[in-house]
Write a protein that binds this ligand. Structure first.
Ligand code: ATP
Ligand code: MG
Length: 415
């Protein structure tokens, strides 16, 4: 992508009303646009990051035999009344709207009830199970506070997955496979070392749900860590969990975290409430066991922006960077532009994402943008590098550049 063709421009300053670091950096870089508090548009560079995150999640969900779909954003009142969750005393973040004939509808903040209702049309016998389905969707939640940038949106992208099984044991097996799949997701996103499977409230069949909590100063949660035993507990269930797990409170370390995922074993509670059953191999009607599994896609992007950044800007991990290379020719000398054009073509053809800064700008401005945008590798071409048949290469985190010839540069990029 040519920087001259990006409609966004970087900015040295963040909007005065934006308090969170992730949103400040993402707005300054032109990744997101703030429409209002908690409501952000994702601009071309932002979409590239989001799609890279989604690709990793999609691959790992497909690997555990889940199939992708898209549910609807508009939801029916009567579905949610079956479990009592239409009530605003039970769910306090509903956005509701109405049709022209005054029928009241909800805007999807979760799809647990709608997917159970939908499956009544598809599941009859044991042969139809198990089923696992997931989607990436913009959820709507009327959050009380929205001061954490894209880490807490009033609309935000979630990956939500739902699984349905004939027995409690089969659900448990799948639930554990999902934990492993989630661990691979956070590992690939560069968050593996700082992300803990955490005992949390909200279990139905099981006493606890499991949250995936990433250590992050800007997070809104607090967990207690037992590093030696690799146990993490959300502070909201700390007394209960200490009693249940039989651990010593003095050995726990308090850390600030962001909840990047949450999974639930519902047992057969929700499906029974809603009347989703199947006929087993003896011809009897039996309950279906259900799990629900969420990842906050846009929150993950915010957490990574918070954790991987410095005083110059963002520092994207390679796996989700919008481009691998920031290509910056210096000056508009014909020989320089020829070499830059050629490298752009070679790398693009090889499938390497390049942000090609083809603008007639000062070197300092180009370097500052490369840093602010957080592109992993900066490649500078000048009359001097061309004369020496070399490229000036600097990784985003290195202090000094190095000079590489073309073969070494391509090798560095895995070509
Ligand atoms: P929180 O406690 O942060 O409000 P939650 O427990 O209500 O989140 P879940 O219903 O478990 O959220 O949703 C699944 C995942 O979606 C969460 O683990 C989180 O990563 C993400 N998420 C939830 N609410 C938001 C939000 N307002 N903005 C961005 N991501 C969110
Ligand atoms: Mg949660």
């Amino acid at each position: 992508m040519r920087v001259s063709q990006l409609f966004t421009k970087t900015s040295k300053t963040a909007p005065a009303d934006e308090v969170s670091k992730n949103a400040q950096l993402l707005i300054r870089g032109g990744y997101v646009y703030k429409e209002m508090a908690g409501v952000y548009a994702y601009l071309p560079l932002g979409i590239m990051v989001l799609e890279n995150i989604k690709k990793i999640v999609r691959e790992e969900m497909n690997a555990i035999q889940s199939n992708e779909l898209i549910m609807t954003a508009l939801q029916r009142q009567e579905i949610w009344e079956k479990t009592g969750r239409w009530s605003e005393e039970v769910v306090d973040i509903w956005f509701k709207t109405k049709l022209q004939d005054d029928t009241v509808l909800g805007l999807g903040w979760s799809h647990e009830e709608p997917i159970v209702e939908m499956l009544k049309n598809f599941v009859q016998s044991y042969k139809d199970l198990p089923i696992s389905l997931y989607q990436f969707q913009t959820k709507m939640r009327n959050e009380l506070r929205a001061k954490s940038g894209i880490m807490r949106g009033r609309e935000f992208v979630m990956k939500d997955m739902y699984s349905f099984h004939a027995t409690a044991e089969e659900l448990e097996t799948y639930y554990n496979e999902t934990i492993d799949a989630y661990k691979r997701v956070y590992q690939r996103l560069g968050l593996g070392d700082d992300t803990y499977v955490t005992f949390a409230s909200g279990g139905a069949f099981t006493k606890f749900s499991h949250e995936f909590q990433t250590i992050c100063d800007a997070g809104e949660d607090v967990i207690y860590l037992h590093r030696e035993k690799n146990i993490a507990i959300n502070e909201e269930v700390i007394d209960e969990a200490i009693a249940e797990l039989g651990i010593n409170r003095d050995e726990l370390e308090k850390v600030k975290t962001a909840e990047v995922g949450n999974i639930f074993n519902f047992g057969s509670q929700k499906t029974e409430e809603m009347g989703l059953q199947f006929t087993n191999n003896e011809g009897q009607l039996s309950p279906i066991y259900m799990g629900s599994y969420g990842i906050g896609i846009t929150r993950v992007m915010g957490v990574i922006a918070e954790k991987f950044s410095d005083d110059k800007g963002l520092v994207w991990p390679e796996a989700i960077a919008p481009a691998q290379v920031y290509l910056a020719p210096i000056g508009t000398d014909e020989a320089v532009m020829l070499v830059a054009d050629e490298l752009y073509e070679v790398l693009t053809a090889a499938g390497i994402g390049v942000l090609y800064d083809d603008r007639d700008e000062r070197p300092g401005a180009k370097f500052a943008d490369a840093d602010l945008l957080g592109i992993p590798l900066r490649v500078v071409i000048s009359s001097k590098t061309v004369a020496n048949a070399q490229y000036e290469v600097k990784s985003r985190t290195a202090a000094e550049p190095e000079m590489l010839d073309k073969a070494a540069l391509l090798k560095r990029l895995g070509l």
